[in-house]
Design a protein around this ligand. Structure first.
Ligand code: PEP
Ligand code: MG
Length: 758
């Protein structure tokens, strides 16, 4: 904003402040407003149009015929005023009548005016009206004048909302219709369909006050907010754990660049000088940038624009103290969450009955947030480019994570077609649900153990609804993730006991805490307080547990006590070398001895096992085998370590395929090494819950799967169609001489046998 604009806006704002504080009614306030603006900008005409019943109505004017007030009405998109509201853009014309959208309205008497400038009045990113000036003399308005108008339009949005001059629902519905449907594509992270309304994980801040009482105080608020924001960004950079789940350095660098950008700070300060509050000034500058950027059609720049939006929103949240996420704000019951990315703990804060779907700009198949969503039965679409540019808070959405698309602001016809698909999908689910009491047995009579992965108390109910054979992986760290402080022993014991009670005769494998990687806990950090460069390969899982052995002792006691009088299955995560198993088991032995001395009831039997997810362990399995009763292959981590590809890095999300000879040969080797040792082998990574992958695993000798509950029905159905001898022969052939595209080859093989693998 130039000095002239600052002054013009300031003069107008000071007068408007008085008008708004006055006790007159809304109409007479608007009448005064057009006079004040007209006078300050030396404009012959100043008019305000507001949205009423879906039409833009002339509410007040200086210079046009007064008889036209509340008579002249235009549809959005109609005439100059309609086009300003429709496109949410500014018009600045020397000759109004020469513009293709111009429509002459005789009742206004506007034929003598040539020049025209108009700006939208925006509320929550939607146009609710327009503010226009006109002159007899044909000339383009100066930038200064336009900027002053834009600032005034912001103030007007406050006035008209406070005075109930517009119906916000009306504006919302209209803007949905205005913008029209749009389809976005992404990567299916959790299959499923959902219909609902867009809710931003970090909602845009609602600005309550626009005109400042005390400019100096506002300036101080912005300085403090900038300081805090920069601190936050610097901290993120240093901790390298920014935006849990794969925010990359490039983004962080851009954030930093914007956070320290002097031009941005200066423009905000100028807006404050013109009389706006800190919040309004940030928003005002952002609006202006948005308008400018809209004219540039460059996807790279659009991405950067989102970064700046993110940052401006962060600044707004800090300055206004509106720090919560949508989870803490009373979620509507058909919410589809929109975010750049989420951490698992953040997702767990949401009420899962109300949350129908999640759409992310980033995300990858095995990031923990996706695993949590899968366990919650919530469809997730990830890697959706331009998501936050297209979807606005409150937009109706149809999420089709099966097909990897989402429809934004769908038309009635699309909704109908979607509903039909939704109904078919529910029918399919009903078929799967009908398989609850069917045991998974292959065509040639091999019994396959199909168990579920779980982590929360409520998940256990899935055992009953799916008819699974047990819980093959209970991720105990989920309890830690949902808790604000380290869960006490009694609380842990209660959870484990409840889970075993609910599971009845079916086995539950409790995995000791796997904290670290993308599952960070604010209350449990590395001693030196430093973040890690590479947390997935860092201080995590058993490595934490063995160093902070109090943590493992407490958990061991809790598990042993909870299992008093019945069998207990304990599994250690991230074992890289046999001694780590020995050390962890020793902690359990110590606690067992203690409980024995205390004459407490002990577990009837304890089975110990490890996760095989660090490749190094495969080289020493012969040494470990005699000590363990079972082993579960964690393909999520195994894949990332085998390929050296971070599981939560969105850039790598689509690069490596589970159906690769490397993984399948690796797993087959483990199966062969343990053959005859009596050690039970299972696969508990996400891979096992996908039909084609499960087929491959059966073909290389896996007989136990622990998978996400929603996959139990589909996998049981698949198992019934497979002849393992035939699958094994085919896999042996493929792994001996791998085809270029094993996935395609296997799909064709399955299709030829009428085995559906989608
Ligand atoms: C795995 O790594 O495959 C696994 C099942 O464990 P998590 O996803 O919890 O790391
Ligand atoms: Mg793992």
């Amino acid at each position: 904003m130039s000095i002239g604009a600052v002054e013009a806006a300031r003069t107008i704002l000071t007068s408007l402040h008085e008008v708004m504080a006055s006790r007159s009614n809304a109409q007479s306030k608007l009448n005064t407003v057009v006079e004040v603006i007209g006078e300050c900008l030396d404009s012959e005409v100043c008019s305000i149009y507001l949205l009423r019943e879906g039409m833009l109505e002339l509410f007040a004017t200086r210079g046009l015929a007064q008889e036209a007030v509340h008579v002249t009405r235009m549809a959005v998109g109609e005439g100059l005023v309609g086009s300003i509201a429709d496109r949410i853009e500014t018009l600045n014309l020397a000759e109004a009548a020469a513009h293709p959208d111009f429509m002459y309205r005789p009742e206004t008497g506007e034929d003598k005016f040539h020049s025209f400038a108009g700006v939208p009045i925006v509320r929550r990113e939607r146009a609710v009206g327009a503010l226009c000036v006109q002159h007899v003399e044909p000339r383009r308005y100066e930038e200064v004048e336009i900027e002053a108008l834009q600032t005034v339009a912001m103030v007007l949005s406050e006035l008209i909302v406070n005075a109930d001059l517009i119906d916000e629902e009306d504006a919302r519905a209209l803007s949905a219709a205005q913008t029209g449907p749009e389809q976005l594509r992404g990567l299916t992270l959790v299959k499923g369909l959902a219909s609902g309304v867009a809710v931003y994980h970090q909602p845009r801040v609602t600005i309550e006050h626009i005109v400042a009482e005390d400019t100096e105080a506002e300036r101080q608020r912005v300085i403090l907010a900038f300081d805090r924001m920069r601190e936050q960004i610097d901290r993120m950079a240093n901790q390298a754990e920014f935006g849990v789940g794969g925010e990359h350095e490039e983004v962080l660098e851009t954030y930093r660049m914007f956070a320290y950008d002097e031009g941005w700070t200066r423009r905000i300060n100028e807006a404050i000088d013109s009389g706006l509050t800190a919040e309004a000034a940030i928003e005002r500058v952002q609006q202006r940038t948005r308008m400018r950027m809209r004219q540039i059609d460059d996807p790279l720049l659009a991405d950067r624009m989102h970064d700046l939006e993110d940052l401006a929103n962060r600044l707004l949240r800090i300055v206004s103290g509106q720090l919560g996420t949508a989870a803490s704000m009373g979620l509507r019951n058909d919410a589809i969450l929109i975010a750049r990315n989420l951490g698992p703990a953040e997702l767990l804060e949401y009420d899962k009955r109300r949350l129908k779907g999640v759409i992310l700009e980033e995300g990858s198949l095995t990031s923990h947030v996706v695993i949590v969503a899968r366990a919650m039965g919530i469809p997730v679409l990830g890697r959706v480019r331009g998501l936050r540019g297209v979807v606005r808070e409150g937009d109706p959405l149809l999420l089709d994570a099966d097909q990897g698309t989402t429809m934004v602001r769908p038309s009635a016809g699309i909704v109908e077609a979607f509903d039909a698909r939704f109904a078919r999908s529910r029918e399919r689910q009903a078929v799967y649900a009908g398989m609850r009491d069917v045991q998974a047995t292959t065509r040639d009579g091999t019994r396959i153990n199909v168990m579920i992965n779980a982590g929360l108390r409520d998940d256990v109910a899935n055992l009953i609804t799916t008819g699974a054979d047990g819980i093959g992986l209970f991720r105990t760290e989920f309890q830690f993730l949902v808790s604000a402080t380290l869960p006490q022993r009694e609380k842990q014991t209660r959870l484990y006991r409840d889970v075993m009670d609910a599971a009845g005769d079916r086995p539950v494998v409790f995995r000791t805490v796997d904290i670290g990687g993308d599952k960070t806990l604010p209350y449990l950090r590395h001693d030196d307080g430093e973040g890690e460069e590479n947390p997935a390969m860092g201080w995590r899982a058993l490595r934490v547990a063995l160093e902070r052995d109090a943590l493992l002792k407490v958990q061991a006691r809790a598990l042993l006590e909870a299992a008093g009088g019945r069998p207990l299955n304990v599994m250690f995560p991230m074992v890289a070398e046999p001694w780590e198993f020995d050390a962890a088991k020793a902690v359990f032995d110590g606690q067992l001895a203690y409980l024995r001395r205390q004459k407490k009831q002990l577990p009837e039997a304890i089975r110990y096992g490890v996760m095989l997810e660090v490749p190094s362990l495969a080289e020493q399995l012969d040494l470990l085998a005699p000590k363990i009763q079972f082993l579960s292959i964690g393909t999520n981590d195994l894949t990332q370590f085998l390929f050296a590809a971070d599981r939560s890095n969105p850039k790598l999300a689509e690069r490596y395929d589970w159906l690769s000879p490397a993984i399948l040969r690796f797993v087959r080797r483990v199966v062969r090494t343990l053959d005859g040792t009596g050690v039970d082998i299972s696969v508990c990574g996400e891979m096992g819950g996908r039909r084609l992958e499960a087929l491959a695993l059966l073909g290389i000798g896996i007989r136990r799967l622990s998978i996400t509950p929603a996959a139990v029905g589909p996998i049981k159905e698949l198992v019934g169609k497979i002849d393992v001898a035939e699958a094994a022969a085919a896999m042996d052939g493929w792994l001996a001489a791998p085809p270029a595209d094993l996935r395609a080859e296997m799909s064709a093989w399955a299709a030829a046998r009428d085995i559906s693998v989608d």
